[in-house]
Design a protein around this ligand. Sequence first.
Ligand code: PXL
Length: 293
Amino acid sequence: MTSTAFDSAALAVSDTASDAVSSPAVALTIAGSEATGGAGAQADLKTFQELGVFGIANLTCIVSFDPKDNWNHRFVPVDQQVIADQLEATTAAYGAASGAPVLDTVKIGMLGSPATISTVAEALADGQFANVVLDPVLICKGQEPGHALDTDQALKAQILPLATFVTPNHFEAESLSGLEITNVESLKAAAVRIHELSGAAVLAKGGVRLAGPDAVDVYYDGETLEVLSAPKVGEVAVSGAGCSLAAAVTAELAKGATPLEAARTAKAFVTAGIRNRVASGAPFDALWQGGPR
Ligand code: PXL
């Protein structure tokens, strides 16, 4: 038997030893499905599991890349009532009154339309969530630009004010801050500006978009400004890096870490996942959440 093979004998023993229920930290991702498994809800759930958190996904949309059309994104929204139903089921199962592990930490990934943004904002408004991690996925390759602009504006107006932690990439940080980002100094300025706008802790990602040997991210929470840096692994972005970073922050917050600790752990998790990435026939390799093992 290899070390990774499933050990059914050990399972049988532990089955009889205890039937106590488990109480892991729990976290919800409200996100889109990305069919190839690199990004979106799939990346979030894998990250939660690797970090010891019971993961829940409520789907907002289904994205299927189109290999016949330059890998543009085919985007299908989930019906608004179905999104609301998922949120209702989840918050009832893990609400404060449920007697179950309490769900107070949520990650928000791709919402994709103004209608979905309103549905999600409404569900978050009752304040169940102490930690709201927003990965402000602003544009989906192949989405119609007019539609994407409405979505950006709705996200800024309705979801950003609810966030306690925001993880913009280079493009999203420019869009949210209104600043041009060309180096670490301007990335810092953008992180400060986004904190001022939102009140949230900010982890602004330079990734491979800034020149230099290191992948640099900037953390700012109103008091602490910290540059998180790791040697770049190649110069090409890896699918799922942004989703997994925000998901790792979410998992750590669900377990009780401070925002700064969560940011540091997430950076290390993603760096190891990129080093051990999975080759894909799509234009980007995919981050491997098992990499840190
Ligand atoms: O990486 C951003 C992202 C998030 N969520 C979904 C996606 C993508 C990118 O493809 O498809 C569902």
